[in-house]
Design a protein around this ligand. Sequence first.
Ligand SMILES: [Zn+2]
Ligand SMILES: [Zn+2]
Length: 244
Amino acid sequence: MFNLSYTTKVAIKIAILYAVALICVPLWFIYTEPSIGEVIFWFVLAAFVSRIANVGYHRWLTHKQFEPSWLGRKLMLWFMVMTAEAPPGHYVVSHLQHHANTDKEGDPHGPKQIGFWRLFWGRYDEVKPRVGFLRYYSKQKDAQFVTKHYWGLYLANWIVFALISKWLVVWLAFMFAWSWIWFLVINWGGHGGRKGEPTDLNWFCNIFMGGEDYHKAHHEKPGRLVYGKWDTTGKYLVPWFLAK
Ligand SMILES: [Zn+2]
Ligand SMILES: [Zn+2]
């Protein structure tokens, strides 16, 4: 499309979805005058979808921390489409590079390497994927299908939502904005910012990240499902709802 580089397209996506969220969420409050219950409902649902999507990207496809059930994998794939974060295969490639070359050359988004604003705009360093890395992902045919048709699927989902209500489209933009905040927290804060070393975050982050906040522990043992005592995702969410 228009010969733009991949990172430029990513930056445009971030700008559009943040603009929609920042302008239209206040409009939602003005026009629909939601009750406090409705506000909580849509917020919790967005946070929940975002969390499940993150489990799909990170714990399932990248690190193979568990084998999902049929329903679990379809749910994770659908939610990954909804958040608009990235095609799953792209996440897997860059995140494996991040683990292989943490905070040094070859880390696509080490904060020491690229700084905050490049991280914010999703402008990663280009990395050359190493052969042999993608053995697990290469067997997940449904995830590859979603990767290949990611933006087509996003559009299809967007159209269905728009037909139901224009506010659902705003909710989708909010969900991306929310997911991206935590993407920044983990990849900036979880690496000590400019210091550039894996760092555990605090209890406040844990409320929203449900275990991903143990980022130092995760780097030490990437394949382990439960990262720490308060890893509610690894302890409950995955075994109860997503794993086989
Ligand atoms: Zn990391
Ligand atoms: Zn990881």
